[in-house]
Design a protein around this ligand. Structure first.
Ligand SMILES: [Mn+2]
Length: 260
């Protein structure tokens, strides 16, 4: 039996535009426990009252290289993780630890952005680069990106070079064709949703996914999650905790999937 551990990674110093995502874990936890809704998922699970679902609190990190060993230690204890970013740079060390524990994994990546830059503003570990590093390192068997709507010629080249399966937002009707044949990892950047649904992100990119579309993706998957992250929530940009509430709901639905 494994436990599903919620863990915060309060790190936003590899954000290129605005900081604030380091404040996200505490705000998402507060929304998860604020009493506004009940604790059941739409599919009838109750992760918040399940002894297999635990909260590990936040990592204590002074700098980026400290993320990987702490995540690896949690996986070595047998936990499967739902990580709360932080900016999207945290996904590279998390996936590095997953690949060490499980071998190359299948990844579903929901985002407005491909995050495939070879480097961004001189930093190869910028929040614009994690999936370039993951693919170069051989940590993913498959990378399927959904909701993408900002690809540059460079990023299209990178996607082709790495064999990324990209479902751009303009082609979302193809999302129903995506199948996974074994447990997968979900990396969910909240800016994959339209700013109307998720205003509390650093990079508003109109024309995105609805909350219901993201829930349908999660509910209709034919394989369970091995782990997940929810990144790029920026409380400075939120209104009335709407995006924190969205992230909290996604934590529940993802945990429900993982509990089976
Ligand atoms: Mn993004």
């Amino acid at each position: 039996m494994f436990t599903i551990a919620l863990v915060g990674i309060p790190f936003d110093r590899k954000s290129s535009f605005l900081q604030g995502a380091a404040l996200a874990p505490a705000r998402i936890r507060a929304a998860l426990h604020n009493g506004a809704g009940n604790s059941w998922t739409e599919l009838g699970a109750n992760p918040l009252d399940d002894p297999r679902f635990i909260d590990q609190g936040d990592l204590s990190i002074a700098d980026y290289p400290e993320i990987y060993p702490q995540i690896a230690a949690l996986l070595a204890k047998g936990h499967r993780l739902i990580s709360l970013g932080g900016d999207h740079s945290v996904t590279f060390p998390v996936i590095q630890a997953y690949a060490k524990a499980f071998g190359p994994i299948d990844i579903l990546h929901v985002d407005a952005h491909g995050d495939l830059y070879h480097e961004f503003e001189g930093d190869p570990y910028s929040h614009a680069c994690p999936f370039a590093r993951i693919m170069e390192s051989g940590f993913a068997r498959r990378l399927v990106q959904v909701g993408i709507r900002t690809l540059t010629p460079h990023q299209r080249e990178q996607a082709a070079r790495f064999g990324v399966e990209t479902i751009e937002m303009k082609d979302m009707h193809r999302a129903a064709e995506v199948k996974f044949d074994r447990p997968l990892y979900l990396s969910l950047d909240l800016d994959g949703l339209d700013p109307a649904f998720a205003p509390g992100v650093s990079h508003h990119e109109p024309g995105g996914l609805s909350t219901r579309q993201v829930l349908e993706i999660i509910h209709r998957l034919d394989a369970p999650f091995l782990g997940a992250d929810i990144v790029e929530y920026n409380p400075h940009r939120d209104w009335a905790d709407m995006t924190a509430t969205l992230a909290a709901k996604l934590v529940k639905e993802i945990a429900g999937n993982m509990l089976g």
